[in-house]
Design a protein around this ligand. Sequence first.
Ligand code: HEC
Length: 257
Amino acid sequence: MSKNSPQAEVKSKKEKVKNMARYFTFAFLLFTSSLVTGCRYDMQDQPRYKALKKNDFFKDGRAMRDLPAGTVSRGNLREDKAFYTGKRENTGGAASAPAQMTMDASGNMVVASFPDAIEEFPVPVTEELINRGEERYKVFCIVCHGPVGNGDGMIVRRGFPKPPTYNDDRLRNAPVGHFYDVITNGWGKMNSYASQVPVADRWAIVAYIRTLQISQNPNGNIKMTSSNSANTANTAANTALTATPALPNANKQGSAR
Ligand code: HEC
């Protein structure tokens, strides 16, 4: 090991002092920055009331407040009652007449009159509407109701409760509003399809069900009339229908791999 010159020794001492100073600066910065993070207020920690929790601030002791009367969220005005509910105007929510019951082929009591339901389609009945309805029916309904609506879909053949046929007098005479209501709110053992099927598509499916009924009873007196050929909601609905892009062809996609 070679002995260092005095100049070199002084230099290395200076170096050491410099290094120490760096070390302390670093430690100081680390310490102060830890203080700074300690004071941070994260958004998720801000003071707030939890939904459905008790709260002393309000007289009624609830943290959640009622929406001001008449509040409508953007895009949910739903003024066109017939289009959005399938029900008549001015029934005030209560049925205008008590529903009649009847016995079906399998001996079940079923509802046979639908006093609040609208009789005519609130959208123009067009070929596109029916085609769209066919496509949606085959996605959502055919599995139980079967290809022509006789209630013999694959799930029913595997044991699910059999739905009534669309092709008897009771459902042939049922107003279109009833079919819309069944899709929207469910019916007996059948679930609501409101979350899967948008409003305009529900009318398309109803138009297809009527088409199926006519196909099974061509000489009957089944009509598909529309009460409205153009109002704003309907135009929007039809634009949405025609603007829906065609589904990608599954076979083509498969062969591309
Ligand atoms: C999982 C099986 C299933 C699917 C899918 C299904 N339904 Fe049903 N549907 C039923 C059953 C079961 C009933 C009988 C319910 C009852 O009376 O308790 C029924 C009843 C009905 C009725 C008759 C209501 C009445 O007045 O008796 C209509 C109309 C109807 N469904 C329409 C539809 C439409 C439209 C779709 C597709 C959007 C659909 N269903 C999808 C099982 C299904």
